[in-house]
Design a protein around this ligand. Structure first.
Ligand SMILES: C[S@@+](CC[C@H](N)C(=O)[O-])C[C@H]1O[C@@H](n2cnc3c(N)ncnc32)[C@H](O)[C@@H]1O
Length: 241
């Protein structure tokens, strides 16, 4: 498996000037054109990791759970547009609160950036959309899970996403230092190792608390690659996680 290399610099967001401006100003606009303050957007490190993976793997169908202000969606769509010059790609996002909590801010910037032609959005709970996509035989090469961070919701997202992943497809979990997400990641590592394997990415991060956290196994993002279909038997032992 190829190890992705990630070197950070200030110009890392040049690939999407709109995203760079939003992050620099800490502001975006809502569906009525009002300026609003951003919060809870994926870190620049996360956005860089997603971008690196898209450049390396060139997935045609991508999925994200948790759209919010559209930070990760802008990064994903801009990078997909760059690698698929024929524009034969589709990015799907799921978020039940886009119009209520996020005031249609993501939809607005994605449309203004003319990225909406290759974008599909479901304003519903991921737990309801994902099984529908399975029934419709959809497959994805890269999935970013950044929706509800409750253990049960992350677990349900993981459970369905594995079934939606193409073979050799990638799933990225955000906020893995969060106990809920960490627990799901540990379940995967201890019980799903024949189906998902950790995907290596070299990410130089020299801050002391992060070095300690990484050593303890709490990384900001965890990336897995699908290496097999689920062949677990109903009586298989549950390994501690
Ligand atoms: C941390 S934010 C996502 C940030 C976004 N990925 C970005 O980079 O800008 C988490 C999002 O998950 C959404 N969310 C919460 N519960 C959800 C659910 N059950 N299904 C899908 N999305 C959910 C929230 O509305 C919120 O927009």
């Amino acid at each position: 498996m190829k190890k992705s290399q990630l070197i950070l610099s200030d110009s890392n967001l040049d690939f999407c000037p709109r995203l760079k401006t939003i992050i620099k100003n800490g502001q975006t606009i809502d569906g009525d054109g009002n300026i609003i303050q951003i919060r809870g957007m994926s870190t620049i490190n996360n956005l860089q990791i997603i971008r690196r993976l898209i450049i390396d793997l060139c997935p045609k169908n991508t999925l994200e759970i948790g759209l919010a202000f559209g930070g990760s969606a802008l990064a994903i769509l801009s990078t997909l547009q760059e690698v698929h010059t024929k524009k034969d790609f589709l990015h799907t996002a799921i978020d039940p609160y886009q119009s209520t909590v996020w005031k249609n801010s993501a939809i607005t910037v994605i449309t203004q950036e003319q990225l909406d032609r290759n974008f599909r959005f479901f304003e519903e709970y991921s737990s309801l959309v994902l099984p529908r996509l399975i029934l419709e035989h959809e497959k994805f090469g890269l999935v970013y899970i950044d929706g509800s961070h409750l253990f049960e919701d992350v677990f349900v997202d993981f459970y369905f996403v594995v079934q939606l992943l193409e073979m050799n497809g990638i799933v990225i979990f955000d906020d893995c230092r969060n106990n809920h997400v960490h627990k799901v990641v540990q379940f995967i590592k201890n019980n799903y190792s024949k189906i998902l394997t950790s995907y290596p990415i070299y990410f130089p991060d020299k801050s002391f608390p992060k070095i300690i956290a990484n050593k303890l196994g709490y990384k900001q993002v965890e990336i897995f690659c699908k290496i097999g279909e689920n062949s677990r038997k109903w009586k298989d032992k549950l390994k501690k996680f």
